[in-house]
Design a protein around this ligand. Structure first.
Ligand SMILES: Nc1ncnc2c1ncn2[C@@H]1O[C@H](COP(=O)(O)OP(=O)(O)O)[C@@H](O)[C@H]1O
Ligand SMILES: [Mg+2]
Length: 257
């Protein structure tokens, strides 16, 4: 069966620095797959290539057999890939609900600008977008914060808002870059439940995290990068016992939670 995402011989070089080196792997539809590796391994760079923020130096990325490498981020998003960022990226002066409405406009007929200009005939669609946005906020548990400014949300809730905004684009594949980092133990548990709920509605998940307990407990499969190179791929159990993986993490800070 065609994988949902196919990454082949991907290479990303910055000024002579090889950040991703000949990485190949697949993500099957319906999976929760994790991407791990020491700091600087190239994990975020790989997500940036998949989501269209970076054009790879060479190699291919295909979503359901359609090549997407080199497409701009809005095209990749329209094809069904959404993401969150390692360093939360929100608009400080926009409300929580407005963030999700922006995400939702990707799936509207008129687009964000027509709606923002309040062109005739857009009102009804705008109302629908508003309703949809409220639904996504409810899904991540942020309904009570709809009218708060994003900058006033506590950090853990800002991470949830990024997820709601991503879900509002109706992705097939959701990329999470360290969504659990900086969260309390309780917030992490809630995030894990949310990730399972998202998977259960049919969204495939590819997540980066440093919390090995979290990664190993929720992932169907794990890809391990070290110095840009894929050094292992398999079930959580297999990669945890892989000699190259153990060696890559030796001398690192103990994997921080
Ligand atoms: N835009 C960029 N320009 C130059 N170097 C970059 C850029 N993005 C990442 N790098 C470098 O690529 C390497 C991998 O970084 P990154 O993908 O952020 O690693 P990780 O997410 O695994 O910690 C690092 O050496 C980093 O400094
Ligand atoms: Mg990173």
């Amino acid at each position: 069966m065609t994988p949902l995402l196919h990454v082949a011989h991907l290479r990303m070089v910055f000024d002579g620095l090889v950040a991703v080196d000949d990485a190949s792997f697949d993500i099957s539809a319906g999976q929760i797959k994790a991407l791990i590796g020491p700091n600087g391994a190239g994990k975020t760079t790989l997500l940036n290539v998949i989501s269209g923020l970076l054009t790879p130096t060479s190699g291919q990325v295909a979503l359901a057999d359609k090549p997407i490498h080199g497409l701009p981020p809005h095209r990749v998003a329209a094809l069904g890939i959404a993401r969150t960022f390692q360093n939360v990226e929100l608009f400080p002066a926009m409300t929580v609900l407005e963030h999700v409405m922006v995400g939702r406009h990707l799936r509207s007929r008129s687009g964000f600008f027509a709606a923002a200009l309040r062109l005739p005939g857009m009102r009804r669609e705008e109302r629908q977008i508003h309703l949809d946005a409220e639904r996504y906020l409810a899904q991540v548990g942020l309904s009570a914060h709809a009218d708060d400014l994003a900058r006033d949300l506590p950090f853990g809730k800002q991470r949830l808002l990024e997820i709601a905004r991503a879900l509002a684009t109706e992705p097939k594949l959701l990329l999470l870059d360290e969504a659990a980092s900086g969260l309390s133990t309780r917030e992490k548990k809630e995030l894990v439940n949310l990730i399972f709920a998202i998977r259960d509605i049919g969204v495939t998940i590819f997540l980066i995290d440093h919390d090995m307990d979290l990664v190993m407990s929720i992932s169907d499969e794990v890809v391990v990068l070290d110095h840009g190179e894929k050094i292992a791929e398999g079930t959580p159990h297999a990669v945890q016992n892989d000699d190259r993986v153990i060696a890559a993490y030796l001398g690192e800070e103990p994997v921080h939670a």
